[in-house]
Structure formats: C-alpha cells, structure tokens
Design a protein around this ligand. Structure first.
Ligand SMILES: CC(C)(COP(=O)(O)OP(=O)(O)OC[C@H]1O[C@@H](n2cnc3c(N)ncnc32)[C@H](O)[C@@H]1OP(=O)(O)O)[C@@H](O)C(=O)NCCC(=O)NCCSC(=O)CCC(=O)O
Length: 338
C-alpha cells in the first residue's frame, strides 16, 4: 500500500534520488545535499509547530510503499510564499494600440513583473518515480494535500497556487530563458534554475527586466511557450484542473510555465470530502476512496477500497488500512470518492 506521510531525516537518500530523477527545470528539488537536508529539517519543524499565524512553514511529504519501505515520490505544500524571499511572476495581459484615424487596431500582449502571489500557499514538489506512475498513485500524491488542507484550514492561506514546470528540452534549454539570457543575463537556464532552487535569488532582482515587456518583441520560439507546460508536467496540471485550478495569466519568470490558482474552499476535494467515523473490519466494497487520518503531525493518507455509510457517517476500512493510517476504531477520517 502506498501511504503519504511527513518526510523525516532518514528519507534523505530517497529525496536525493527523486532530485536526480526529476531532471532539469524542477526548481524545488535541486541536486544539492545541503539544500535537501535543510528542506527536510524545515519540514520536520513545520509539522511539529503549533501555528497561530501562517508563516514560512514548508510541509514536505513522501509516498512510502508499506510493504517494502521504498519511497515512490514526494509532494509538498508551502504555507505562505514570498515572505522570506520574494516570489516573482510575470503577468500576461492585453493592451490595445489603436488609431481610428489610421484604421489600425493592434491587440498586443504584455508581460509585467510582480509579486502578486505573496502570502498565498503553494503546492509544490510533486514527483512520482517513473516506475510508480500507474493506477491511482499520481492522484494520491497530488490530492492527499487537499484532504490535509480541508482538515487543517488554519495552516493555509485562503488561496493556493501552483507553479507548473514550463517547456525545456532534454539538455535543459528553455526557449523563454534563451531569449531572456540573450538580452539580460549571461548564465544558462539550468544554472539560474539551480540558484533559484537553493534560494540564491538575488540575481533576479539585479538582472531581470522589470519594466513591462511586449510579447511580440520576443523570439517566436519564446512566445510559443508562454503559459505552456513541460510534457512530463501535463498530468500534474490535469490533476489540478480537475480540482478547479485555473491560470489567470501569471507565468514563471524563467521558463514561462503557467501558474494556476484556486481558493481552498472551492477545490473539489475540499468541497466534497466527507468526515466519517471509522469502523475497522472486512468489507466487500469495490469503491476507491482517497482517505486520510485527521492528525497533522502524524498525517497519513492512502487510496483504497472503503465502505461508506453516508447516513450514519461511518467508513468501514480494513485492518491493514487502519494500521497504515494509524487509526483506531472510532477515530475520525476524511475521505473523497475516486
Ligand atoms: C505528476 C505525476 C505525479 C502524476 O502521476 P501520473 O503520471 O501517474 O498521473 P496519471 O494518473 O497517469 O495522470 C493524471 C491525469 O493526467 C492525465 N494525463 C496523463 N498524461 C497526460 C498528458 N500528456 N496530457 C494531458 N493529460 C494527461 C491522465 O489521463 C490523468 O487524468 P484523468 O484522471 O482524467 O485520467 C507524475 O506524472 C510525475 O511525477 N511527473 C513528473 C514530475 C512533474 O513534472 N511534476 C510536476 C511539477 S510542477 C509541481 O510540482 C507543482 C504542482 C503540484 O505540486 O501539484
């Protein structure tokens, strides 16, 4: 059974493996021991912390195969972005340059630099190792976070965003970055992405074009990838779109990948999740549910067969699932039909 749980220090080798496998452009998993160890330690502190005001907490989780102990992937949430280091975006907007006298009407797009997502929560670091990309595993990894947010609302901002990986090739060349690099920087995309991942973002403020950019002045290749995702990230975007996330014109400043957002209360899995009391026993239900316990520090989530009696608010789960989710008879769970 694949179970989502908070990351611990002993997961460092597995996290490094995910970082190595995730490849170029996966900013939040740089191949850097110090950075990954810090991220684990920060997550452990965040899970243990009593929160009265949302701050810089970062919650990182892993999916563990309970049969083998193998880590299949990672999934995370930042409680509030842009508080310690600025969180930059470009916003794609429309302006019209028109002259009735000359009968000219040009609709042009503009990219405007800003920090509009400051303070929002962010979904991040969604990575499932390729051999695990089957069945409901990807869904579990992405959506378990919504059960957590539904249950522990005070730890998250009312709006949550996700920064989707944009287009880059196997060698890490991003058409959008190539244009920026030519005109404003002289370092490679992979290096810039790495510096961002390790928090060394000062160069952005120093070098990034801050005045609005007319999109029609960019190279055609750069224009073509604005708001587009990397092929490997299409499933991640699809999972969020199913939950009601949309792009409102914000894109990543390096690879122009789309940012998507949703109010937490409007996320499908938040709106439709049920809270039930647990009965442990055998059952013959063939319905799959995404299900979590209601603990924060010892958060556990999985996907599997559950028998739900909606009228009595009872969820019957197998003893194996109860063990995996650290549940006793009579405990509460949160669950969502799949
Ligand atoms: C994202 C995951 C974890 C998803 O796992 P799986 O690939 O097993 O997912 P899946 O269940 O097969 O697919 C999920 C949904 O996407 C659909 N789908 C599959 N391939 C698609 C494609 N090419 N275009 C559009 N939709 C596609 C499936 O039909 C399914 O929708 P139906 O249910 O309708 O059938 C994985 O692909 C992965 O690790 N990708 C590489 C890492 C990555 O790029 N991560 C995102 C980085 S961006 C980030 O981390 C922020 C976002 C976030 O944290 O959520």
């Amino acid at each position: 059974m694949l179970v989502i749980r908070p990351i611990t220090a002993t997961d460092y080798p597995a996290l490094m493996r995910c970082a190595e496998e995730s490849g170029h452009g996966f900013t939040s998993l740089p191949v850097n021991e110090g950075m990954l160890r810090n991220r684990i330690a920060h997550s452990e502190e965040s899970f243990a912390k009593e929160v009265t005001e949302i701050g810089t907490e970062g919650y990182l989780m892993v999916a563990e195969d309970t049969d083998t102990g193998e880590v299949a992937g990672t999934t995370g949430i930042e409680a509030a972005i842009g508080l310690d280091t600025p969180f930059y975006t470009y916003h794609l907007s429309t302006v019209v340059h028109a002259s009735r006298r000359l009968d000219v009407h040009n609709v042009v797009k503009l990219l405007t630099f800003g920090n509009n997502y400051t303070g929002n929560s962010e979904l991040c670091t969604l990575f499932l190792r390729p051999e695990w990309r089957k069945g409901l595993n990807g869904r579990l990894l992405s959506k378990a976070r919504f059960l957590m947010m539904a249950e522990h609302t005070h730890r998250f901002s009312p709006t949550v965003i996700a920064e989707m990986r944009g287009v880059s090739d196997e060698d890490g060349h991003s058409p959008f970055w190539e244009w920026l690099k030519e005109h404003f920087f002289s370092i490679d995309f992979t290096h810039a992405d790495y510096l961002t991942g390790i928090g060394a973002k000062g160069f952005i403020a120093d070098l990034m074009p801050k005045l609005p950019i007319y999109v029609n002045l960019l190279s055609e290749k750069a224009q073509a990838v604005i708001g587009q995702v990397h092929d490997n990230t299409a499933p991640a975007l699809r999972l969020l779109e199913q939950e009601g996330f949309t792009c409102r014109g914000y894109v990543n400043i390096f690879d122009a990948g789309p940012m998507v957002e949703c109010e937490v209360r409007n996320i499908e899995s938040v709106r439709h999740s049920l809270r039930c009391r647990v009965e442990i026993g055998e059952h013959s239900s063939s319905h799959d549910y995404l299900i979590s316990n209601t603990s924060f520090e010892n958060f556990r989530a999985t996907v599997g067969k559950v028998a739900v009696d909606g009228e009595r608010n009872i969820a019957i789960i197998s003893p194996a699932m109860a063990t995996a989710l650290q549940l006793q008879q009579g405990d509460m769970v949160r669950l969502m039909g799949q």
